[in-house]
Write a protein that binds this ligand. Structure first.
Ligand SMILES: [Zn+2]
Length: 481
C-alpha cells in the first residue's frame, strides 16, 4: 500500500431519558410533528432552560463506560449559527470543557491485532430540529417544513482520535460503541430513527510519513454498511486525486445511498465560525469524585466479558456465545431461560434459532419477547416428557409466540400431544407398509434411505404427531420381522 488511511469518527448518540435536556417535553420518537414542544425548546425569549439530571447521569455512565476521565467541573457553551432547525439561533453544547476526555475502546484491526482507539472527548449537547424538504408551492417550487420534536433532545457526541486505519476498523469501532451504549442502556442506538448518527473524517498520507494529509468530512451515512462503503469510495477518490498530482481539498461530502457515491455539500465550516462562548443562563455541571466512582462501579458486564463467561461457565461454542451476547436483552433472555431449564446448549439452539427468527419477523427486541422464559422451560420439558416431538415443538412455539398463550395451552387446544400409543401407531404403520411395497423392497435390498421415506409417510399420516423414535422401531420390527 502506497498510502496509509487515517480515519476519525464523530458519533452522536441520543440518550434514553424521559425528558429533553433543558425542558420537561417527552424525549420520544413520534411521527406527528411539533407535538413534543414547549416555549423552552422552541426558543421563546424569556424562558429559562434547566439541565435534566437524568441526562447528566446517562452521559456520565457513557463517559465511564468509554474509559474516559470525567471533568468534575464542566459547563455548557453556546454554538452560534442561524438555521431554521435551531430556533434559538444557537445550539447548547460543551465546547471548551467536555464531560469526558481521554478514553478508549479496544477493537480488532485488519490483521486481528488489538487496536486501542482513543476517544478524545465525550460531551453533552442538545439535538436540533428536523427539516423536511418536499415539493410544493414555495418560490422555488418546493417547500421546507420544520419539526421541532427533536429540538432539545439530549445527545452525547463521541469523538475519536485519528486512530482508525481502514473502513472495516471504522465499522468494528461503531459496532463496539453501539454494544457499549446498549449494554449500559444509555441509548437504543437505532440508526434508522436517528438515535445513532455518524460523521467520518478521512485522509491519506504516504505510508511511513508523519504529517497527516488534508482530510474531508463524510456525512449522512444511515447504516454501518453505508459508513464502510462511503469510506471505501472516498479513499479511492482521494488516492486517485493524489495520483494525478492534485491536492485533496478540505470539504464536506454527503453519501448518496442511491448512486453509491459521495457528493460535495460545502467547503468546511471551521469551528471559530460558531463564535462559541459559555452559556450565561445555565449553571455549571459539578460532580463529586465519589459520584464518578459509583458510576464506574455500577457498570454492567459488557458483551465481550459476558461471551467469555458463557464459553467458560456454560461450555457454549464461541459462535453461540457471540450471537447470544449481541444484545444485552438477548443475553438476559437466554440466562433467564437457563435458570428455569438448565441445559445451556439446548436452550442456546432454541434461542438462536426459533426465538431470534420470530423476534426478527415481528421487529421485536428480546426484552419484548412474548414467549417468556417460563414458556421456553415448559416447552422443553414437554419434549423431555415425550409429550411432543421436536418438530411439533417448533409449531407450538410459533403459535404461542403469536397468540401469547402458554405452550401447554396450545398443545391441549390443538390436540398436538405426541402419539406414543403402540396399537394406534401400529395400525398406521401397517397401512403405510401395505401402500408402499416398492420402498419395502428397496429397504430389504439394502437401501436404508427408504426407511426415512417410510417414517415420513407415518409422520404425515399423523399430522406430524407420531413419536418418531417409536415409528422407527415399529417399522424395522415389522419389515425385518
Ligand atoms: Zn420543550
Amino acid at each position: 500500500m502506497k498510502y496509509e488511511v487515517v480515519i476519525g469518527l464523530e458519533v452522536h448518540v441520543e440518550l434514553l431519558t424521559r425528558c429533553k435536556l433543558f425542558c420537561s417535553c417527552p424525549n420520544s420518537f413520534v411521527p406527528e410533528p411539533n407535538v413534543n414542544t414547549c416555549p423552552i425548546c422552541l426558543g421563546f425569549p424569556g424562558t429559562l432552560p434547566q439541565m435534566s439530571s437524568e441526562a447528566l447521569q446517562q452521559a456520565l455512565i457513557a463517559a465511564v463506560a468509554l474509559n474516559c476521565e470525567v471533568a468534575l467541573y464542566s459547563y455548557f457553551d453556546r454554538k452560534n449559527y442561524f438555521y431554521p432547525d435551531m430556533p434559538k439561533g444557537y445550539q447548547i453544547s460543551q465546547y471548551f470543557v467536555p464531560l469526558g476526555s481521554n478514553g478508549h475502546l479496544m477493537i480488532k484491526d485488519d490483521r486481528g491485532e488489538n487496536n486501542k482507539v482513543v476517544i478524545e472527548r465525550v460531551h453533552m449537547e442538545e439535538d436540533a430540529g428536523k427539516l423536511i424538504h418536499a415539493p410544493g408551492s414555495g418560490a422555488s417550487g418546493s417547500t421546507s417544513m420544520v419539526d421541532y420534536n427533536r429540538a432539545g433532545v439530549p445527545l452525547i457526541e463521541i469523538v475519536t482520535g485519528p486512530d482508525l486505519r481502514s473502513p472495516l476498523e471504522a465499522r468494528r469501532y461503531l459496532e463496539k460503541l453501539k454494544s457499549v451504549m446498549q449494554y449500559t442502556r444509555v441509548s437504543d442506538c437505532k440508526m434508522e430513527e436517528g438515535s445513532l448518527r455518524c460523521d467520518a473524517n478521512v485522509s491519506l498520507r504516504l505510508s511511513g510519513s508523519q504529517p497527516y494529509g488534508t482530510k474531508t468530512e463524510l456525512k449522512n451515512m444511515n447504516s454501518f454498511r453505508a459508513v464502510e462503503k462511503s469510506l471505501e469510495h472516498e479513499i479511492k477518490r482521494q488516492a486517485a486525486t493524489l495520483e494525478r498530482g492534485d491536492n485533496v481539498i478540505t470539504q464536506t461530502l454527503r453519501w448518496d445511498e442511491n448512486t453509491q457515491e459521495t457528493i460535495v455539500m460545502r467547503g468546511k465550516l471551521e469551528a471559530q465560525d460558531y463564535r462559541c462562548f459559555a452559556d450565561p443562563e445555565l449553571a455549571p455541571i459539578k460532580l463529586k469524585a465519589e459520584e464518578v466512582e459509583k458510576a464506574r462501579e455500577a457498570l454492567p458486564e459488557m458483551a465481550e466479558a459476558r461471551a467469555q463467561r458463557f464459553i467458560n461457565d456454560y461450555k457454549l461454542p464461541e459462535y453461540d456465545a457471540g450471537v447470544l451476547t449481541a444484545s444485552r436483552s438477548l443475553a438476559d433472555y437466554f440466562e433467564s431461560c437457563l435458570k428455569l431449564y438448565n441445559n445451556p446448549k439446548e436452550v442456546s439452539n432454541w434461542v438462536m434459532g426459533e426465538i431470534c427468527a420470530h423476534l426478527n419477523n415481528a421487529g421485536l427486541d428480546a426484552g419484548q419477547c412474548p414467549f417468556q422464559p417460563e414458556d421456553m422451560a415448559e416447552l422443553l420439558k414437554m419434549i423431555d416428557d415425550d409429550l411432543i416431538n421436536g418438530k411439533i415443538a417448533k409449531e407450538v412455539l410459533e403459535k404461542a409466540f403469536l397468540s401469547g398463550k402458554s405452550p401447554r395451552q396450545v398443545v391441549e387446544e390443538e390436540n398436538l400431544v405426541q402419539i406414543s400409543d403402540h396399537s394406534e401407531l401400529e395400525a398406521i404403520v401397517n397401512q403405510v407398509i401395505k401402500d408402499n411395497p416398492d420402498s419395502i423392497e428397496s429397504y430389504r435390498g439394502g437401501k436404508t434411505r427408504a426407511l426415512g421415506f417410510l417414517v415420513g409417510q407415518v409422520m404425515k399420516a399423523t399430522g406430524g404427531k407420531a413419536n418418531p423414535q417409536l415409528v422407527n422401531e415399529l417399522l424395522i420390527k415389522k419389515i425385518d420381522g
